[in-house]
Design a protein around this ligand. Structure first.
Ligand code: B1M
Length: 226
């Protein structure tokens, strides 16, 4: 006989564990219920995001790397993660923080990973930035057009593949050719990157995670505004 799960009777830490399992199994509806249950207990959206969703996706990532999970399963997990993020998004963006500046962000050309980039975009919105999210597979031309259109202060680029991260260099080169490089702060992130790579391509900073991206973006805006 299958055991009926009653979320209301479970302690929060067990719900977080269950979230990780449900994310692994790609159960979007269950993820939505669990996020809602934790919110109803006044758990902060950021804690739910990091301790439930991001922690779950780390396990998925490890098993994907080790050949235990394959693309279809990972896609299901990503869908479940997005369902949870959709609920948290307005709450993370709702801090009433004063306007900090404008960020154009996107995943670079050839790369379709967008969960981390969307997380960064959400957290930047929450910190008071206006965020122009260009989505995935973004060309240098599209980045430049958006920077010019929105008079952006910061460009954020994301890449999750060793084969696509090098495209960031192409974008920075294109910014230089357009005479825009000195007018914009370039922040880069994504699992295969590190500080040495960021320095090598002449980005302004590498951001390990979304929290660091927000801190770094704020720091650069403070420097810019004196
Ligand atoms: Co892909 N994938 N994937 N994948 N995938 C990785 C990246 C991989 C490391 C898996 C593995 O082998 N362990 C591996 C890359 C190997 C490499 O290049 N070294 C890989 C591969 C190989 C592939 C394919 C090639 C598989 C295939 O088809 N054979 C293919 C590529 C398709 C393409 O892009 N052209 C592919 C496809 C997919 C899915 C579509 C199935 C799915 C993406 C769904 C989606 O995003 N909508 C997927 C997923 C989900 C992953 C893993 C499992 C998880 C990525 C993720 O969402 N992490 C990933 C394994 C891993 O990373 N451990 C993997 C959670 C997210 C919160 O973290 O994205 O790191 P992350 O973002 C963090 C920081 O990096 C940082 O802040 C974020 C939040 O804290 N950050 C920024 C990210 N961007 C930033 C930008 C900033 C600042 C900070 O700007 C300022």
């Amino acid at each position: 006989m299958s055991e009926e799960i009653n979320l209301k009777e479970m302690p929060a830490d067990e719900i977080l564990e269950l979230m990780q399992e449900d994310l692994y199994d790609g159960y979007a509806e269950e993820i939505v219920e669990e996020v809602q249950e934790l919110l109803s207990r006044d758990m902060g959206p950021y804690d739910i995001l990091i301790q439930g969703l991001v922690a779950g996706m780390e396990v998925v990532g490890d098993d994907f790397r080790d050949g235990v999970l394959f693309v279809p399963e990972v896609l299901m997990a990503a869908k479940a993660m997005k369902a949870g993020m959709e609920i948290l998004r307005p709450l993370l963006a709702e801090t009433g923080a004063p306007k900090m500046g404008t960020v154009v962000i996107g995943t670079v050309k050839g790369d379709i990973h967008d969960i981390g980039k969307n997380l960064v975009a959400m957290m930047l919105e929450g910190a008071g930035f206006e965020v122009i999210n260009l989505g995935i597979n973004t060309s240098a031309e599209d980045f430049i057009a958006a920077i010019e259109e929105h008079n952006a202060d910061i460009l954020g680029m994301s890449a999750l593949l060793t084969t696509t991260m090098i495209y960031m260099r192409t974008v920075i080169k294109a910014l230089k050719e357009k005479g825009l490089r000195d007018k914009i702060v370039v922040l880069v992130g994504g699992a295969p990157l590190n500080e040495a790579f960021a320095e090598d391509i002449e980005a302004d900073a590498y951001c390990r995670d979304a929290a660091v991206a927000v801190e770094t973006a704020k720091k650069f805006m403070e420097l810019k505004n004196g």
